[in-house]
Design a protein around this ligand. Structure first.
Ligand SMILES: [Zn+2]
Length: 425
């Protein structure tokens, strides 16, 4: 009886205090300016991680905010929301469990029916995969070392070249510029596997690889990616140490030389959108920029893979101006979105970055466009917030196939346009 009573009291107390024992993601929609101010304050003053929007400055009335709240900030944050009568909804009740699911000793459980490509992989595993891919495909795959990260990890680009046609054009794809967007490196691996398996099997893949080489950088930000596996799953930036601040990391997608560090980026090292000390101050962005500068005559398509929100974006993000071939890019993105809808019944928004989301200067896609790569896109893969950055491994194949549909649509269009130009100069 005594134990029963203790148990009862325990349950009662536990309910009364409603203390969280898990890290959570909350969805909060501020409906007044006061709410907006409180939320901006919460996301900067307490140990939380803003998932959406990327920075507190973009929090605005009637737009959903996704906020990661660790256990130890949970009570303070929820009390504050209650005090200001701001309603919230628990988007993910237990992110610890989801993270555990994504990292389970790389999921090598032999009973699991998922393949290598339907799991997330540690940085070490990805390096090993690069090596294996090279060994298994002599003659068609090359590995190019384009530079190294701040912490001296190698930046390897895979070059898929399925034939020796002269004057071949090329497509560039980079993944993992933002560390916590794990579906992005998973897509780069998926793309390589798909290309090598379906060349001469699938008509579209064959046509693309017959007409262009593909350069793939699976992890643009290896230090950050490693950090998300070992220390902080919510990390976004690289890991470079600032000369002026104790805060670590630069947002590599604000570090390129395209209206660098204007509205939409920050010169404050402690923010998630810190632009760095100067354009290309980071070894990762410099390596990519150097490589593309020296290959700009062959590279026709630039693709950068991110998550989440399901969008197909094109320049500009650094300005509200329209690019010279805006209509052309809009039509391509629209067709890609239509194909995704047709084959996978999923909705992707599309448009120029600045008008579809918000101003984001210093991005790699705008920089590549200004370099002369006129077909430049940024993809935001699944989902729209249900799992956000913690997309379960079981969703990888759908998410990657959707993105692959978009890549194919765009590459085939560009090939057609190039042929038409050759015939009628
Ligand atoms: Zn991103």
């Amino acid at each position: 009886m005594k134990t029963l009573l203790t148990l009862f009291v325990f349950i009662f107390l536990d309910k009364g205090h409603s203390t969280e024992t898990h890290d959570q993601v909350l969805s909060i929609t501020p409906t007044t300016q006061e709410h907006v101010d409180v939320l901006k304050n919460v996301s900067t003053q307490y140990k939380t991680a803003l998932w959406q929007p990327v920075s507190p400055q973009y929090i605005k009335q009637d737009a959903q905010v996704h906020l990661f709240v660790p256990t130890n900030s949970s009570k303070t944050v929820k009390d504050l929301l209650q005090k200001h009568t701001i309603a919230h909804e628990v988007l993910l009740a237990n992110t610890n469990e989801l993270i555990e699911m994504q990292t389970r000793i790389n999921n090598t459980d032999p009973r699991s029916s998922s393949t290598f490509y339907e799991r997330y992989h540690s940085l070490e595993d990805i390096y090993e995969w690069i090596n294996r891919t090279l060994q298994d495909n002599p003659g068609t795959v090359k590995v190019i070392l384009i530079g190294s990260s701040y912490e001296k990890r190698p930046l390897y680009v895979l070059k898929l070249s399925l034939n020796d046609r002269p004057d071949k054009k090329a497509m560039w794809i980079d993944c993992g510029i933002h560390a916590r967007e794990w579906i992005s490196p998973a897509f780069c691996l998926w793309f390589v596997k798909n290309s090598l398996s379906f060349y001469k099997q699938n008509q579209d893949i064959t046509k693309i690889l017959d007409n262009m080489d593909v350069y793939i950088l699976p992890v643009l930000n290896p230090d950050g990616y490693k950090y998300t596996w070992t220390m902080d799953r919510m990390w976004r930036k690289n890991r470079s140490v600032s000369k002026t601040s104790a805060c670590i990391g630069v947002d590599l997608n604000r570090n390129f030389d395209a209206n660098w560090c204007t509205e939409g980026a920050s010169s404050e090292p402690c923010t998630e959108i810190y632009c760095g000390a100067f354009p290309e101050s980071e070894s990762e962005s410099q390596a990519v920029a150097d490589f593309l500068r020296s290959h700009k005559d062959s590279v026709q398509i630039y693709l950068s893979i991110h998550s989440y929100s399901q969008m197909l974006l094109f320049p500009y993000s650094c300005s509200l101006n329209e690019v010279e071939n805006h209509r052309e890019l809009l039509e391509m993105a629209q067709e890609a979105a239509q194909n995704i809808r047709r084959y996978y019944r999923n909705t992707y928004k599309y448009g120029s970055g600045a008008k579809t989301i918000y101003l984001a200067p210093g991005g790699s896609d705008d920089w590549a466009y200004n370099l002369g790569i006129k077909y430049s896109f940024t993809f935001e893969l699944q989902d729209r917030g249900q799992y956000g950055f913690l997309l379960p491994p079981s969703h990888i194949s759908r998410a990657c196939n959707e993105a692959l549909t978009a890549v194919k649509t765009i590459a085939l269009k560009v090939i057609e346009k190039t042929k038409a130009k050759k015939i009628s100069p």
